[in-house]
Design a protein around this ligand. Structure first.
Ligand code: SAM
Length: 219
């Protein structure tokens, strides 16, 4: 990695292992937010999350893992729930906090590594992963899933919205149903309750990209 601005040298988490996405791109996650909106940053909550919230899918303390500039976090918080959004990208968090101030929404944003969520010292009844799981490769998933388990209340619910496989025009990190079920399996304290086809909207898909919306219970 070079030392120029936007590389991993600028990452606030000294000693954090670069994720596979960062290794492949050669850029820190934070750099994605330096020159205007990132491809996934659509300036509004994902329709799937809005629908889920309207159906009462969020309860208790909520964690948004890899919250980016916070549109999903802010939407859930605007409904009166207690929500913490975490991310490694300081630039994204600064944008998220500015939006919360502008909109007068009470919400918390914090810098945290999704592989070390236990450092938060908190537990959550509902956890949201919108576009984070699918950015991790197979070697990274067990550590991330264990980290999620450490902060999800027993009988709590994890929602994962990720690009799906086997369909044209999907996103850059397609995930199979089998990969979801293998990552969140009963021997690691999870039960995949449902995996439904959905869409993830991006800045470069007209009507969103094919996605899986997984509802996963902590057992
Ligand atoms: C594809 S973006 C999705 C952002 C947001 N959830 C949304 O829907 O707009 C993935 C986000 O996860 C964050 N991220 C990546 N690795 C992370 C890690 N190890 N810990 C916390 N956040 C991470 C990135 O900085 C980025 O903001």
């Amino acid at each position: 990695m070079s030392e120029q601005s936007g590389t991993l040298a600028d990452d606030p988490f000294i000693g954090r292992q670069p994720t596979s996405h960062e290794r492949l791109s050669g850029l820190s996650w934070d750099a994605s937010y330096h020159d205007g909106p990132a491809p996934w940053d659509i300036g509004q909550p994902q329709p799937a999350i809005v629908r889920l919230a309207s159906e009462g899918g969020f309860a208790g303390a909520v964690l948004d893992a890899g919250c980016g500039t916070g549109e999903n976090t802010l939407h859930v918080a605007s409904l009166g729930l207690s929500v913490l959004g975490v991310d490694v990208a300081a630039t994204a968090l600064a944008i998220a906090r500015a939006k919360a101030d502008d909109r007068g929404i009470k919400v918390e944003f914090a810098a945290a590594d999704a592989f070390q969520l236990e450092c938060l010292g908190r537990r959550f009844e509902t956890v949201l992963d919108c576009g984070l799981f699918h950015s991790f490769d197979g070697d990274e998933r067990p550590g991330y899933v264990a980290s999620l388990a450490s902060v999800t209340e027993h009988d709590g619910t994890l929602y994962v919205l990720c690009f799906s496989d086997g369909v044209p025009d999907t996103g850059p990190h397609p995930i199979t149903q089998e990969e979801l079920r293998a990552a969140f399996n009963p021997s690691d304290g999870w039960n995949v309750a449902a995996v439904e086809p959905d869409r993830i909207h991006t800045r470069y898909h007209d009507d969103g990209a094919p996605a899986w919306f997984a509802t996963i219970k902590r057992i």
